[in-house]
Ligand binder design. Sequence first.
Ligand SMILES: *[C@@H]1O[C@H](CO)[C@@H](O)[C@H](O)[C@H]1NC(C)=O
Ligand SMILES: *[C@@H]1O[C@H](CO)[C@@H](O)[C@H](O)[C@H]1NC(C)=O
Ligand SMILES: *[C@@H]1O[C@H](CO)[C@@H](O)[C@H](O)[C@H]1NC(C)=O
Length: 282
Amino acid sequence: MGLWTPLLLLLHLAVCVSLPAPANVSITSYNMEHILRFWPDPRTPPDARFTVQIHSTRKQRWKTVAECAELTAGQTCNLTSKLKDMFGYYLARVQALRTNQTSNWTSSNLFHPLEDTFLGPPEFSVSGCGNCLVLQVRDGPGTPSYHNEELKDLHKEMELNVRRTRDGAEFRLKQSYQQETVISYLQPGVEYCVSVSFKSFINRNSVPSEYRCAFTSPPPPQHTLFLVLGLLGGFTLLVVIFVGRFIYSSKVKNQHLPSMKFRSQSYTCLMSSLTEEDGVTT
Ligand SMILES: *[C@@H]1O[C@H](CO)[C@@H](O)[C@H](O)[C@H]1NC(C)=O
Ligand SMILES: *[C@@H]1O[C@H](CO)[C@@H](O)[C@H](O)[C@H]1NC(C)=O
Ligand SMILES: *[C@@H]1O[C@H](CO)[C@@H](O)[C@H](O)[C@H]1NC(C)=O
């Protein structure tokens, strides 16, 4: 019994001094830019540091990433230049460190750059060309004209989602990657919105672009509409004036007679009153 107690105490101490391992080690990759992330265990002391190692299935050994040997909690590790072989398979692992203390390693899932990277979102502009739309895919981190030649091989296909604004009717087109694309057989003078994503037969991960909208041909322009309305208004005004004048003039014609009658009546009244007066005076 006397011998067991210190031994148990030592064992207990040994367990306590070892740090909890980090959690959720993962590599997220967009357009062949690979970033490793991890979450420290909540019980990890704040002065702990983290170290990263990578393992390629070709070399079969773990190698410390010098740039990521002393990370603090919340920092990430840029593995872009370390996982260069896009056809390779890699593992990454993270360990918490402190003076005389280390945690167990926590590994990521197997990472295959070619398959696991997310492509896009494509940057493009859209403009009308009558009964069609022209799409211009622009340079950007997600597009093949960017200096990264590896991405060129990945952008084999483009998927276009075309939606008619008026009723939300939508259709999908698949085609090989081109910097300029024409979407034909659309209704002229109608607004459509387009979203583009890259696809390749190896890589099915992609980030679609936002929808960009354009009219196939100039929409029934507002000013033409106003012109038509204005002309219509002017014409109506003319008709009203014409009809009004016609009615007025015919009324005036009719008024001439009564007014003449009135005058003649008043005249006769005056005459009769005069004669009456005459009669009175005489
Ligand atoms: C480290 O790993 C060993 C064996 O997998 C396990 O028994 C031990 O509990 C782990 N330690 C910690 C702190 O998680
Ligand atoms: C790890 O990820 C899982 C699922 O995404 C989540 O439930 C868990 O809380 C994460 N662990 C830590 C320590 O962040
Ligand atoms: C990661 O490293 C690559 C080159 O190695 C660089 O082009 C890229 O900007 C870096 N990304 C971040 C988020 O630091």
